[in-house]
Write a protein that binds this ligand. Structure first.
Ligand code: GTB
Length: 214
């Protein structure tokens, strides 16, 4: 039996790889794990059948036999635990890789999500333009810190891991903002992630969902 994940039937990003099924697809591709995808509409995500899988009515979910997971952090940790190329077997490097996964989700992603909220949801508020520079500066703080840590290293630790997969996935949402270009080593790090064959396969698969509908 192969796992099944859920993804948007019609992703608002039109296949640009920004929806969160992308990072799960990427992890599955890195782990050479075949998978099925069940596409769900916005309405179906709020219905009982999907809510039984995901209490918050979101994508992605992950089903493998009687195991059901939601939250990309948990799903990717589960996939990575079965593949040494994503999580080293040795305890300390493994703990470091997991630390970077948490850092991506809990420290780097929140200000980036704030920018999406400011740009998309709060855009029509009278204070929106005044707030935007504040939001961008909070992201710059994190990017500067990450840039300083990364230096000219290829990955966050000695070798690519699920920590890099999560960090690159989170940073990719900044592409359109131009902020990544202010930190060339971080931009190059993201580009290295995107260049990985597993990323390319995952990207092509989620893009095909969009082009098949067009
Ligand atoms: N913390 C959860 C996780 O990591 O799994 C967050 C899951 C989540 O936000 N899922 C979103 C969702 O289901 C899709 S990815 N939203 C529908 C809802 O909440 O009703 C977020 C997303 C959506 C759209 C774009 N886009 O169009 O560019 C990018 C990312």
């Amino acid at each position: 039996m192969i796992p099944t994940i859920t993804a948007f039937e019609c992703s608002p990003d039109r296949g640009r790889g920004l929806a969160r099924d992308m990072r799960v697809r990427w992890a599955l591709e890195e782990a050479s794990q075949p998978y099925d995808v069940r596409l769900v509409s916005f309405d179906a995500m709020k219905e009982a059948a999907h809510l039984a899988l995901h209490p918050f009515g979101q994508i992605p979910t992950y089903e493998d036999g009687d195991l059901v997971l939601f939250e990309t952090g948990s799903i990717i940790l589960h996939i990575a635990e079965q593949d040494a190329s994503l999580l080293p077997k040795a305890a300390k490097p493994r703990a470091r890789a997991i630390t970077w996964m948490f850092a991506a989700l809990n420290t780097v992603e929140p200000p980036i999500l704030d920018l999406m909220t400011a740009r998309i949801i709060e855009n029509d508020k009278p204070w929106a333009q005044e707030r935007l520079p504040l939001v961008m500066d909070r992201i710059r703080v994190r990017l500067a810190q990450l840039s300083a840590r990364l230096g000219d290293a290829e990955w966050l630790e000695d070798a690519f891991s699920a920590g890099d997969l999560m960090m690159v996935s989170v940073l990719l949402r900044l592409r359109m903002s131009g902020l990544l270009d202010e930190y060339p080593n971080v931009a190059a790090y993201v580009a290295r992630g995107e260049a990985r064959p597993a990323y390319q396969r995952a990207f092509a698969a989620q893009l095909k969902v969009f082009t098949d509908r067009a």
